[in-house]
Design a protein around this ligand. Structure first.
Ligand SMILES: Nc1nc2c(ncn2[C@@H]2O[C@H](COP(=O)(O)OP(=O)(O)OP(=O)(O)O)[C@@H](O)[C@H]2O)c(=O)[nH]1
Ligand SMILES: [Mg+2]
Length: 317
């Protein structure tokens, strides 16, 4: 690692540990897929296809990966099954880096937008509030002046949960009582943040309302009210997805991005699940970049998603 590497040993360990269940599962499936074979042939490729699909990579992305490996095998004539994981790692890394966005490197807070407003959305229980706490911690560590807004006023204890994070991180929070109008909370938060010259505002929102239409209408209303304080807010709408739900997370991303404007994704709970392959499918499928991954419940367990590092961790030795 050179001096320009921002990927510390600790972060690599958290990533490796977080992805270990997915890795074990993928490796044992690959071992079975190549059992008794020396050469990568059609049968091995068929088995590999099944491995990727059952590892939550998703059908479309799996087919792209298999077709790349097929080409490579055809070119090299004889490919030993021992080389398969290395090839898989290379081809997945190339697929992800070629086909859409560059590595996002998390959120960069531009000087000209002050405060920079991040609105966090997603269905209930995916990890929105936790991700906000972890993000606030990272911004604060980077010397930013952070404000939190507790605009999930629907669920009992939701405000309290964000208050706990604000205390843990040591950043101010703007709140009202449960059941109050979330758009009004967002308005208050942006007003306070603006008058206190804050750098970043992160707004928590409810994951569950009476129904999905209500939820989408409310998000629109919150956005519109924000614009009264800061005309180009929100600058980021971060959709949080629970990676441990595998293909469900993928479906949620589809539905949410169709219903409301989203420009960044975070995939949480990759620790403790064997379904981490879903990040590959999500990163391949959506134009919207995966910016963060959640690797645990702790304050340090949120990492910027970097495609190569992710694939290396998953398919490394
Ligand atoms: N293991 C693990 N747990 C996580 C991660 N992110 C969040 N959680 C846990 O998931 C649970 C739900 O997280 P919340 O942050 O409350 O989710 P939410 O989206 O705000 O939920 P609602 O407010 O009900 O919509 C909590 O117990 C978190 O500790 C993660 O990356 N890894
Ligand atoms: Mg919450």
């Amino acid at each position: 690692m050179g001096i320009f590497s921002f990927f510390s040993k600790e972060k690599k360990e958290t990533l490796d540990k977080g992805l270990s269940k997915t890795k074990e599962s993928v490796f044992s499936k690959i071992t079975r897929a190549v059992a008794g074979k020396n050469k990568v042939d059609d049968e091995v490729l068929d088995n590999l296809e099944e491995v990727l699909i059952t590892s939550d990579v998703g059908v479309d992305t799996t087919l792209k990966i298999i077709s790349r490996i097929e080409k490579r095998v055809a070119q090299d004539k004889y490919v030993n099954t021992h080389e398969l994981t290395a090839i898989l790692r290379d081809e997945i890394a190339s697929l992800l880096t070629e086909n859409n966005t560059e590595d996002a490197d998390g959120f960069t807070i531009p000087e000209e937008h002050k405060p920079y407003v991040i609105m966090v959305v997603g269905v209930n229980g995916v990890g929105k509030t936790t991700t906000i706490g972890k993000l606030a911690y990272q911004f604060k560590k980077a010397g930013k002046n952070v404000y939190l807004g507790a605009a999930d006023t629907f669920r009992a204890a939701a405000v309290e949960q964000l208050v706990i994070w604000s205390e843990r991180v040591g950043v101010p929070i703007v709140k009202q009582k449960m059941g109050s109008d979330p758009a009004s909370v967002a308005f208050d938060t942006l007003s306070s943040a603006k008058s206190n010259n804050a750098d970043v505002v992160i707004i928590d929102t409810a994951g569950r309302l009476h129904n999905k239409i209500n939820l989408m209408n409310e998000l629109t209303k919150i956005k519109n009210v924000m614009k009264k304080v800061i005309p180009d807010a929100p600058h980021e709408v971060l959709l949080v997805l629970d990676g441990s739900t595998g293909q469900n997370a993928f479906e949620q991303a589809k539905q949410f991005t169709a219903a409301t404007e989203v420009n960044a994704l975070a995939v949480t709970k990759l620790d403790g699940t064997a379904k981490g392959g879903v990040v590959i499918g999500i990163s391949d499928h959506f134009r919207i970049p995966v910016k963060y991954i959640g690797l645990g419940e702790g304050i340090e367990d949120l990492q910027v998603f970097r495609k190569k590092e992710f694939v290396n961790s998953l398919f490394g030795e």
